[in-house]
Design a binder for this molecule. Structure first.
Ligand SMILES: Cc1cc2nc3c(=O)[nH]c(=O)nc-3n(C[C@H](O)[C@H](O)[C@H](O)COP(=O)(O)OP(=O)(O)OC[C@H]3O[C@@H](n4cnc5c(N)ncnc54)[C@H](O)[C@@H]3O)c2cc1C
Length: 435
């Protein structure tokens, strides 16, 4: 197999790039490779975990997008790269049910390769973290969390039925008070109320579904302005979510989490949201990588010393205009996809790459606190100035980010139709996924 442009990873950045390039150059020139068959925008995974977003409604089929947006799709995980021969290797695909091989190992040649494979969890060597926690790095993780939550709710409900005075219930511990941990905690609190309404009637959610958020820094949302952290802490407190800061987790067992001060937190369900790193296989490709495993790229997002190879998004280590590392965010992946779009279109016309380097623009951060409100800061055009936002309007802005991604992928008309269809569906289906 051969394609002029190969993009590996159809996430927040890679999929937008494939759709935009496909529309211009068509399926003979543009190929997307992904290890999954459908796309879910990663910033919505806390909603999948809480059951408030159904992946079977939300997931966008890569094959459908390929057909509609004019690129080719290859299903399978990239495992190796031969940069001299300019081809990648894609692992065989086997059926999960019986392990039978569905697709063999394949080779795909390229003229330009873009690696956009995102990130995975960084457990920092904490004993038990890998074995006894669930992360939110992939749709399967989020779905696994949801099913465990449903099972634990059912068991807690049954215990209450057997003995109304039982002091049972369940303990959920979230490790990491960054945006992922905070958003998940708030979403779970709201979802637990909805679950209770759908039949878990003996559970008093504030008392019986205990949610604890552990953060190693002195405040949650540490990279954001203090005012945003304080507002988020207040909103979590109002939702009966216990927040413990300055808490360094040093061990995780099947039913509890311990910190370095000797505190122990009961945990029926434990989420690891304390850090990310680049996928490990990147270290075996023969590309320059940083200590955190990210691919080292130059100011034009080209992999240093490897002609024809580019990287974007969470898996790429690049700096903003001031030499600071670009944070692993969907907004960075989106901007980098737009930058590489211009580069690759120029190369297609036989022109040299853009002279101007990639410059990251931080438009601020919004953190969702349940379905009603959002807090965050928006960056103004004045240097260093940021505007605090909270409440319903911030919520509308947060939701519009998801719509903007869909618009880049599906186009305006289909995004509008889909948003309307979902509005109607939410009036005819349960507010959380119950099966
Ligand atoms: C719960 C949560 C909330 C977040 N909220 C925000 C937010 O509010 N704002 C924000 O800016 N950012 C947010 N983020 C971060 C944001 O999701 C990421 O920074 C962004 O998705 C990175 O985009 P990407 O294109 O680099 O990778 P991803 O979007 O992670 O996509 C990677 C793709 O690569 C594919 N892939 C992986 N390995 C292979 C392989 N070997 N071969 C082929 N395909 C492969 C995967 O299947 C996936 O489709 C959040 C993240 C989480 C988990």
């Amino acid at each position: 197999m051969q394609s002029d442009i190969v993009i590996v990873g159809g996430g927040a950045g890679g999929l937008e790039l494939a759709c935009k390039l496909g529309r211009k150059l068509g399926p003979d020139k543009v190929t997307l490779v992904d290890s999954r068959l459908y796309h879910v925008w990663k910033p919505s995974l806390h909603e999948v975990a809480a059951g408030t977003l159904d992946i079977h409604q939300e997931g966008l089929s890569y094959q459908m997008l390929a057909h509609d947006r004019g690129f080719s799709f290859v299903y399978g995980a990239m495992t190796a790269l031969d940069a001299a021969a300019r081809h990648i290797t894609i692992a065989p695909v086997t059926a999960p049910s019986d392990g039978e091989e569905v697709l063999p190992e394949r080779r795909l040649g390229y003229r330009s390769l873009v690696i956009a494979v995102g990130s995975t969890s960084n457990y920092f060597g904490v004993p038990g973290a890998r074995e006894h926690t669930i992360s939110l790095n992939a749709t399967e993780d989020a779905e696994r969390f949801r099913l465990r939550l449903l099972r634990l709710l059912a068991q807690a409900e049954q215990q209450k039925e057997d003995d109304a005075a039982a002091s049972s219930g369940l303990d959920i511990v979230i490790i990491g008070g960054g945006a992922t941990g905070v958003e998940l905690a708030a979403e779970l609190r709201e979802a637990s109320g909805v679950y209770a309404a759908y039949g878990f009637r003996r559970l008093q959610v504030r008392r019986d579904v205990r949610i604890t958020l552990l953060e190693g820094a002195p405040r949650i949302l540490a990279p954001l302005p203090e005012r945003v952290s304080a507002a988020a802490a207040r909103l979590l407190d109002q939702r009966a979510i216990r927040v413990v800061t300055d808490c360094r987790v040093n061990r995780i067992d099947p039913k509890q989490v311990s910190d370095n001060k000797g505190n122990v937190y009961p945990a029926d369900l434990c989420v690891w949201a304390a850090g990310i790193r680049a996928p490990e296989f990147l270290g075996s490709l023969g590309l320059p990588v940083t200590k955190g495993g990210q691919i080292d790229v130059d100011a034009h997002l080209a992999v240093k010393g490897v002609p024809g190879v580019y990287a974007l998004g969470d898996c790429a280590a690049c700096t903003d205009g001031n030499g600071k590392p670009v944070p692993p965010r969907a907004q960075a992946a989106h901007q980098q996809a737009d930058y590489l779009l211009k580069t690759l279109l120029r190369l297609d016309k036989g022109e040299p790459p853009q002279k101007d380097p990639y410059v990251y623009r931080d438009y601020g951060s919004l953190v969702s606190i349940g379905r009603e409100t959002t807090v965050g800061s928006l960056m103004g055009s004045l240097r260093g100035a940021s505007l605090f936002v909270e409440g319903f309007m911030a919520r509308i802005m947060y939701m519009s980010l998801h719509l903007m991604h869909h618009q880049a992928v599906l186009g305006s008309l289909r995004t509008g139709l889909m948003a309307f269809a979902r509005f109607l569906i939410r009036r005819t289906t349960p507010l959380v996924k119950l099966h």
